[in-house]
Design a protein around this ligand. Structure first.
Ligand code: RP5
Length: 165
């Protein structure tokens, strides 16, 4: 199976980004996580992105806050699918990162998840890899079934509470 690369701009992103690692691990998807910065280590970030396909990666997840150019820089240096996680925080509490990540120029897409949306970034990466992996697709189906069962249980509890009012 192709690997997923999880790149974050700083170690301050890790407490949120580790949820993406946990989700990939749950699906048994091989991954690597690295700190690379579009601004502080631009050459290393560009090199990683340019070599990613050759190094066995299938999807790139990039998390960054504030002037969040990391996902865009990776997208500009690779034709692998790039998923951007805009990080909350800073003077605008993430609105700046959200816009910097999502508003990409035509032809260089970044699939942007919600602020701090690390889990969804991993699930989307899994869905991309599952296009050509039936076993992984079955795991995604099982996760959806589990989620649905949890909602059914919550609905039952709500109805019990309502009846007791
Ligand atoms: C971004 O700036 C990083 O991704 C991080 O979200 C933010 C703050 O970085 P630090 O100042 O904590 O290193 O590049």
């Amino acid at each position: 199976m192709k690997k997923v690369a999880i790149i974050m701009g700083s170690d301050s992103d890790w407490p949120v980004v580790k949820a993406a690692c946990a989700q990939l691990k749950e699906f048994d998807i091989p991954y690597e996580a690295h700190i690379l910065s579009a601004h502080r280590t631009p050459a290393q970030a560009a090199e990683f992105a340019r070599d990613a396909r050759r190094n066995g990666f299938g999807v790139l997840i990039c998390a960054a806050g504030m002037a969040a150019h990391l996902a865009g820089a990776f997208a500009g240096n690779s034709t692998l699918p790039v998923i951007g996680i805009p990080m909350k925080g800073g003077a605008m509490d993430g609105l700046d990162a959200l816009l910097a990540t999502v508003q990409m120029p035509s032809g260089i897409p970044v699939a942007t998840v919600a602020l701090n949306g690390a889990k969804n970034a991993a699930v989307l990466a899994a869905q991309i890899l599952a296009v050509s992996d039936d076993a992984l697709a079955a795991k995604l189906d099982a996760a959806r079934t589990k989620m649905a069962a949890q909602i059914v249980e919550k609905e039952s509890k709500l109805q019990v509470e309502l009846a007791a009012l």
